[in-house]
Design a protein around this ligand. Structure first.
Ligand code: A2P
Length: 331
């Protein structure tokens, strides 16, 4: 299995990246340093994760210590939802570059089809409708300037991706979405393959315990466990290896050195076809529905609007919705 995938820019994206959402301050630098020493070459970050300065410190130390050179790393960041206005996009990447202490990003993504008023907190009262074609025009300028060597999107449904492809001069290189054995994104993967957009998987382990996520566990799914037992691997390794064999890059997050190593030990073995076929038996549930975005101000009146039907609305929460923990992560 290749350790990287080709993007439509001609550059390659490493097939395993370290996710950094929710790695606590004080731990993210150590996690990145450990990951790069193990062999990770892709770090996935975002302004919204509120730890980019620490990511930057870790990168600086890695370069100073001679562990790795800048050009050997692939660094992703994402546009803050309050900076969608075309005139704010350049300033947004400049802030990220300053925090990360870098001259360019390998990949810069619109974080989602969700927008808030400039300079406000990430709470439902501040939502406003997106204007993706306008924002994308500014993203294209960053690509032409070289500040972002590839541009893409995150959390885009098939319809939103198709709408963007219809107006883009520079097609998105990547759509980074929730993807794992319990939410396999079959329809989106087919669209991405046919249009040359690389699908990158966030929450490849289902982000157990993360705010905003609800639904069945991946790591204790009986089919995943049985494949892990037959392969003599852990359930996490099986979930990640499934992703690679489906042709997507995976972005597992861990702050624990043992698990960081475990999550990278997925290259010199494979899941045979008969076991790969068993993943199709797993019941499909989107774990991160982003319900707080359903609000008259955002223009999304239902989850169907936000995800263009790609959501298991039959699997609604039974407890009252409380988004405060999720939103607190970004403010
Ligand atoms: P920790 O940081 O303590 O390792 P995802 O990548 O889907 O967002 O999931 C991240 C969550 O999964 C974190 O809580 C992380 O905890 C945990 N995790 C990461 N790697 C493993 C692993 N190999 N086995 C079990 N849990 C893991």
């Amino acid at each position: 299995m290749a350790e990287s995938f080709l993007m439509n820019t001609g550059a390659r994206i490493p097939s395993v990246g370290l996710g950094t959402w929710q790695i606590e301050h004080g731990a993210v630098s150590d996690a990145i340093y450990a990951a790069v020493k193990v062999g990770y070459r892709h770090i996935d970050s975002a302004v919204a994760y509120r730890n980019q300065k620490e990511v930057g410190l870790a990168l600086k130390k890695l370069f100073e210590d001679g562990v790795v050179k800048r050009d050997d790393l692939f660094i992703t960041s994402k546009l803050w939802p309050g900076n969608h206005a075309p005139e704010d996009v350049l300033e947004d990447i400049v802030t990220s570059l300053e925090d990360l202490q870098l001259d360019y990003l390998d990949l810069y993504l619109i974080h989602g089809p969700i927008r808030i008023k400039k300079g406000t907190m990430f709470i439902p009262e501040n939502l406003i409708p997106t204007d993706i074609p306008a924002t994308w025009g500014a993203m294209e300028k960053l690509y032409y300037s070289g500040k972002a060597r590839a541009i893409g999107v995150s959390n885009f449904s098939c319809k939103k991706l198709e709408d963007l492809l219809a107006v883009a001069h520079v097609p998105p290189a990547v759509n980074q979405v929730e993807c794992h054995p319990v939410w396999q994104q079959e329809k989106l993967r087919k669209l991405c393959h046919s249009t040359g957009v690389h699908l990158s998987a966030y929450s490849p382990l289902g982000s157990p315990g993360s705010p905003g996520y609800s639904g069945p566990s991946i790591l204790s799914n009986p089919i995943v466990i049985s494949i892990a037992e037959e392969s003599q691997k852990t359930p996490a390794q099986v979930a990640l290896r499934w992703g690679l064999q489906m042709g997507q890059s995976v972005l597992p997050k861990s702050a624990n050195e043992t698990r960081i190593k475990e999550n990278f030990d997925i290259f010199d073995w494979s899941i045979p076809d008969d076991l790969m076929a068993k993943f199709s038996l797993i019941n499909q549930v989107r774990l991160l529905k982003i319900e707080f975005a359903i609000n008259p101000q955002s223009g999304y009146n239902t989850l169907e609007d936000l995800w263009d039907g790609e959501v298991d609305t039959g699997n609604k929460r039974t407890e009252p919705e409380d988004h405060s923990d999720f939103l607190r992560c970004f403010s």
